[in-house]
Design a protein around this ligand. Structure first.
Ligand code: C2E
Ligand code: MG
Ligand code: MG
Ligand code: MG
Length: 288
């Protein structure tokens, strides 16, 4: 790529690497301004009980809408925010906003918030959570934090202290994307965990791959032994939901019932889902 300088008298060549680095710096600069420019919002995706088809929780999922870039996926911008440390400020915003909005929902419905490993290990993380709960009035037992197994890999003492303090406050701990990455069953016995979220990649192949089904059955078996509940992520078909229900999976999350939607639609979703669920998975006829 060449850039004209002056009247075409000479060219400054920008190589691939420079172009990539510049794009990266521009992305970082835009993310940095996203909070103050009000470009971030949370959308919420329901988790539905396979027992009765009722919504039990909503996962808060960050959306970034930038005037120049349009809507940018968290898969793209979260890693950049993590690399620069901006994830800490973003994570605080997410926590406050999620608690504030959830405080208006029916009392039996929880909110789940994704926590970056970097945010999790920041000094004052537990205090941040306590402050968010106090200022919004959300009951601690209505907050679920989603962490990935990567937080178990180092700084084990801090991790254990944080998890125990959060648990002590009544907050629930969910292990996100379970089955990918560094899964070790020993974590489940060692760290306090209330819920496992089975990664979408296993759910996707549940009715075509014996291996995926075997992994899911093994996760469900150990979770049951340890009294840990299980959410299946990325459920897109009725067949997947049926297979999971037959194996006593606790709840499902996926496009089959709803993608993440703006906060204003929460009450409609709560009303609609049990009806959709009943159509999707008709209750067995009662035995006489
Ligand atoms: P995640 O926490 O595993 O969230 C689930 C992702 O799967 C979401 O993608 C959701 O929209 C998507 N999903 C749900 N159901 C289905 C389905 O049936 N089919 C398919 N194909 N996808 C489905 P999203 O919103 O793009 O978020 C991607 C990831 O970005 C999240 O994965 C999470 O790791 C991260 N993330 C999102 N919001 C936050 C946040 O506030 N803080 C942090 N630290 N990370 C976040
Ligand atoms: Mg999550
Ligand atoms: Mg997940
Ligand atoms: Mg995932």
């Amino acid at each position: 790529r060449a850039k004209a300088k002056g009247k075409g008298s000479f060219y400054v060549f920008e190589n691939e690497l420079e172009v990539t680095q510049r794009a990266r710096r521009e992305l970082e600069a835009d993310i940095k301004l996203a909070i103050e420019r009000n470009e971030l919002a949370l959308h919420y995706q329901p988790l539905t009980s396979l027992r009765d088809g009722r919504v039990v929780c909503f996962e808060a999922l960050l959306r970034w809408n930038n005037p120049a870039r349009g809507s940018v996926s968290p898969v793209e911008f979260i890693p950049v925010a993590e690399a620069t440390g901006m994830i800490v400020a973003i994570g605080r915003y997410v926590l406050r906003q999620a608690c504030r909005e959830a405080a208006r929902w029916p009392r039996h419905i929880r909110v789940a918030v994704n926590i970056s490993p970097i945010q999790f290990r920041t000094t004052g993380f537990v205090e941040d959570i306590a402050a968010a709960l106090a200022s919004t009035g959300l009951d601690p037992d209505r907050l679920e934090i989603e962490i990935t197994e990567s937080v178990f890999l180092d700084k084990t003492a801090i991790t254990m202290t944080n998890l125990n303090e959060l648990r002590g406050m009544g907050i629930r701990i969910a292990l996100d994307d379970f089955g990918t990455g560094y899964s070790s069953l020993s974590y489940l016995a060692k760290f306090p965990v209330d819920k496992i979220k089975i990664d979408r990649s296993f759910v996707r192949d549940i009715n075509s791959s014996d291996e995926s089904l075997a992994v899911i059955e093994a996760i469900l078996a150990i979770a049951q032994k340890l009294s840990i509940s299980v959410t299946a992520e990325g459920v897109e078909t009725a067949e997947q939901a049926r297979i999971l229900k037959a194996r006593n999976c606790s709840d499902i999350q996926g496009y089959i019932l709803s993608p993440a939607r703006p906060a204003g639609e929460i009450f409609d979703i709560i009303d609609r889902i049990p009806q959709d669920f009943a159509r999707l998975l008709p209750a067995e006829a009662p035995r006489i």
